[in-house]
Design a protein around this ligand. Structure first.
Ligand SMILES: [Zn+2]
Length: 343
C-alpha cells in the first residue's frame, strides 16, 4: 500500500511517500481502507521526536481517520465489511476500573492511534473493532475525519472539566484552531456567551459564523483588557486554552473570581509562571485535560449527524502532499482542520 512515513525524527522533509506492506489484522481488529485523515499538532510533535511519544521507526502518523471497512477479524462484532466508519483515536484496555467507569482517557494503557500504533497517513490502517463508529449519512469522509480528536478534547474541557453552564461566559483561545473551532460551537450550543481570539482579520467573520459573540484579534488587542471591557470588569467564568506560555498570563487575567481555566496542548511550550497568591485569592481552578472519552465522541458524532455541530475544514491535500499539509499546519494560517484525502 501507499503510505507516508518517517524513518528519522526532524522537519517535514523527513516525511516520505512510499510503498509498504498493508497491516495484517488480529481477531479483534478491523482493516479500514482510509479515505481521509485529519492532521493534528500531535503529528508534528511525534515527527519532531517528543520524548512523550516514543515509538519504533519508521512510523506512520495520523490519528483522525475515516474510511470504509475492508476486512474484519473473526471475533469482531457489530462491524460489517463495506461500512463507512470513523475511528475513535483513543486506545484503552476496556477492562480496568477507569475504562469501566467511562473514563477511558484515564486508563493506564491509554494511548492514541497514530502515536502508539501506525495511523491513517496510509491507504489502510488496522484498529480494534471497538474503535470504529458509523459515519452519519450527512457527513463526507473528510468531514468525518475532521472532528473526532478535537471534539472529544473540546467536550472534555468545556463540560467534563469546566462544567460550563448555560448563561456563563467562556473565553476560547484560538477560535481558528481545530479545538477552538469546535469548542466555540459546543459552548454556543450549550447556551454560553462565547468570546474567542484569532490572529488575523480574515478569521474574525469565520469565528462569528461558528457562534462567537465577540472575537478578539490577539495581535492587535490586549486579550485580558478586552475581556474586562466585554464583561464590565468581571472577567469570564471559563477559559479554554491549548496554546500555553504565549497566552498564559492573558488567560489567568481574563478569569472572574472563582473562574476555571482548562489547559491542554501547550503548543507554544510547556513552562509557565504561576502566582499562587493570585490563584488562591481569586479562588481559581486550573485543570489539565488530555483527549476525552469514547462517550464524548459518541455524543459529538450524534451532534454532527444532526447538523448542530459542523466539522470545520480549512483545506484538503492528497496523501502524497502530507509534507505540504504539515507545513501549512505549522504556518498557523488556517481556520479549522487540514485533512489528507486518500485514494
Ligand atoms: Zn483501562
Amino acid at each position: 500500500m501507499k503510505a507516508v512515513l518517517f524513518r528519522q525524527h526532524g522537519g517535514p522533509d523527513k516525511l516520505s511517500y512510499e510503498d509498504i506492506p498493508a497491516p495484517k489484522i488480529g481477531a479483534q481488529d478491523v482493516l479500514v481502507r482510509v479515505k481521509a485523515c485529519a492532521l493534528n499538532h500531535l503529528d508534528i510533535w511525534i515527527r519532531l521526536g517528543n520524548p512523550a511519544y516514543p515509538m519504533p521507526l519508521p512510523h506512520v502518523l495520523g490519528s483522525d481517520i475515516a474510511g470504509v471497512v475492508e476486512e474484519v477479524g473473526e471475533q469482531v462484532e457489530g462491524v460489517t465489511v463495506g461500512e463507512r466508519v470513523l475511528v475513535s483515536p483513543g486506545l484503552s484496555c476496556w477492562r480496568c476500573d477507569q475504562c469501566l467507569a467511562g473514563r477511558d482517557n484515564l486508563c493506564r494503557s491509554f494511548g492514541i492511534i497514530g502515536a502508539i500504533t501506525h495511523g491513517g497517513y496510509a491507504e489502510y490502517v488496522k484498529v480494534p473493532f471497538r474503535n470504529v463508529l458509523p459515519i452519519p449519512s450527512n457527513l463526507s469522509f473528510e468531514q468525518a475525519a475532521a472532528f473526532p480528536l478535537v471534539s472529544v478534547t473540546a467536550s472534555h474541557m468545556l463540560f467534563a472539566f469546566a462544567g460550563l453552564q448555560h448563561g456563563e461566559t467562556v473565553l476560547i483561545m484560538g477560535g481558528g484552531s481545530g479545538v477552538g473551532s469546535v469548542a466555540v460551537q459546543m459552548a454556543k450550543l450549550a447556551g454560553a456567551r462565547v468570546i474567542t481570539t484569532v490572529g488575523s482579520d480574515d478569521k474574525i467573520p469565520k469565528a462569528v459564523v461558528l457562534g462567537a459573540d465577540a472575537v478578539i484579534h490577539h495581535g492587535r488587542e490586549k486579550v485580558a483588557e478586552r475581556v474586562r471591557l466585554l464583561t464590565e470588569g468581571r472577567g469570564v467564568d471559563v477559559v479554554i486554552e491549548h496554546i500555553g506560555p504565549e497566552v498564559w498570563d492573558s488567560c489567568l487575567e481574563s478569569l472572574a473570581k472563582g473562574g476555571r481555566l482548562i489547559t491542554c496542548g501547550a503548543t507554544t511550550g510547556g513552562e509557565v509562571k504561576l502566582n499562587l497568591r493570585y490563584v488562591f485569592s481569586r479562588q481559581l481552578t486550573i485543570k489539565g485535560s488530555y483527549m476525552g472519552t469514547r462517550a464524548e465522541l459518541v455524543k459529538a458524532t450524534a451532534l454532527m449527524g444532526q447538523g448542530r455541530l459542523i466539522p470545520v475544514i480549512d483545506r484538503t491535500y492528497p496523501l502524497q502532499e502530507a509534507r505540504a499539509a504539515q507545513q501549512h499546519l505549522e504556518s498557523r494560517k488556517f481556520f479549522g482542520k487540514i485533512v489528507l484525502t486518500v485514494g
